[in-house]
Design a protein around this ligand. Structure first.
Ligand code: CTP
Length: 401
């Protein structure tokens, strides 16, 4: 999704350096080119070799570089950057940037870049609150530098307060937001279903599954970022409603989901069915709580509509349909069967028995298979990142016409 984008990360010295390893790893999985510049102090916390292995690029470290080499290299990196991230940004580097001091590789490169600069501060709360630091931050903001606010909490030094490096998700989101300003899905209407359905048996019991809705909600958030008009139809989950939706409809049962999908289908350009729809519902709903007896109880179930199959049969030519296949065995074979049976343009297949790929986890490991048979497997990654990859695949399908 970030293919062709170059992100230069300036790492200054602080305990939060280790979190930036995760930022680099996630950006690489999104296919970005990542270059890391470390200050000498940063190497006290994490070895340059770690960043080199994660970024698969040589790491520039001040203390090892000769001054003549900076001249060439810092300009090359400053020019190559589509975005420049300084994380963690100490009071020291913020002070240098705000006052035009360029005396090492990081400060010279950041001064030479014309790319947008994102700054993620991390420092002791008293330092962060110091009026000199605050004045420097204010002055950088006035020059157009963007800040990813630190979080409050217990800091490494034991103090409580603001100063923790923003969490990795927030940093990745900020980079995405900056890089996706051209909004590749602007004007497109996207319908997404997410979460489980709940099929009631009596006033206190229901049939459902383990779906958390995390994948569908992540796709909804990513589609909003990309400029789409998103309708999210959600089963019962514990997630917060994403911001920026066109419509948010909460349902309980498969039949309710089906009727909302039918109502909204004709106006959509893209339909993404990530919901885990219950295939069966109790034949009878009891108005009163079912009382136990000494006998066993047999439940009778009725088939629910296959919503995705119905969409596949009724879709208009311009509409792109995406299905999901959560499998435990014969994973690819079953997934591809679903792609064909439900006439989708793309199917996201995952093996829910694999570590980190289950319903409730924040990560997933999938293979995407297109209608034309083209398939690609992706490494384990956060659902929030995978959401962008799924949408990029959809954008490519639209481009190919
Ligand atoms: N789906 C649907 N309506 C259903 C069942 C599934 O729209 N009644 C959709 C899901 O949203 C998903 C895809 O079909 O995009 C595959 O769902 P899954 O539960 O993996 O498969 P099923 O079709 O239910 O098949 P099986 O239970 O035999 O694996």
């Amino acid at each position: 999704m970030l293919k062709g984008k170059t992100i230069v990360i300036g790492v200054s010295g602080g305990i939060a350096v280790y979190k930036v390893c995760d930022v680099v790893s996630r950006l690489k999985k999104l296919n970005a080119t990542v270059h890391v510049i470390m200050t000498e102090a940063a190497t006290e916390f994490v070895a340059p070799l770690t960043f080199q292995s994660l970024s698969q690029q040589p790491v520039v470290v001040d203390m090892f570089e000769k001054v003549e080499k900076w001249d060439i290299e810092h300009i090359a990196l400053a020019k190559a950057a589509d975005i420049f991230l300084v994380a963690p940004a100490t009071a020291n580097i913020i002070g240098k940037m705000a006052n035009g001091i360029a005396d090492d590789m990081l400060s010279t490169t950041v001064m030479a870049t014309k790319a947008p600069v994102l700054v993620a501060p991390a420092m002791n709360t008293n330092m962060y609150d110091n009026p000199i630091v605050q004045k420097n931050i204010k002055s950088l903001k006035e020059f157009g530098y963007q800040f990813i606010e630190p979080e409050s909490g217990r800091l490494a030094c034991g103090d409580m307060g603001k100063g923790k490096l923003a969490d990795v998700d927030t940093i990745i989101q900020a980079i995405n937001r900056e890089l996706i300003k051209d909004q590749p899905m602007k004007g497109l209407k996207v319908l997404i279903t997410a979460g489980p359905t709940r099929e009631p048996l009596d006033p206190v019991r229901y049939l459902t599954n383990h779906s958390s809705g995390k994948m569908g909600y992540a796709i909804a958030e990513a589609a909003v970022l990309k400029g789409a008009e998103v309708t999210l139809i959600s089963g019962p989950v514990t997630l917060r409603e994403p911001t920026g939706l066109k419509d948010f409809v909460q349902i309980q049962t498969a039949e309710e989901m089906f009727s909302i999908v039918k109502e909204n289908l004709s106006e959509q350009d893209i339909i993404i069915k990530s919901a885990a729809v219950a295939d069966y519902r109790p034949r009878y709903y009891r108005d009163n709580k079912i009382k136990k007896s000494d006998e066993d109880l047999e439940l009778q179930l009725n088939r629910n509509p296959d919503i995705l199959k119905w969409i596949g049969m009724h879709k208009e030519d311009h509409q792109i349909i995406v299905g999901f296949a959560a499998e435990t065995n014969d994973v690819m074979e079953n997934g591809i069967k679903k792609l064909k049976a439900k006439q989708t343009d793309l199917i996201v297949i995952n093996d829910i028995t694999k570590a980190g790929a289950g319903f409730k986890s924040d990560t997933n490991k999938v293979t995407l298979v297109h209608k034309d048979g083209n398939e690609k497997s992706y490494p384990l990654m956060p659902k929030k990142d995978l959401a962008h990859i799924i949408l990029e695949n959809i954008i490519d399908i639209r481009k190919d016409g």
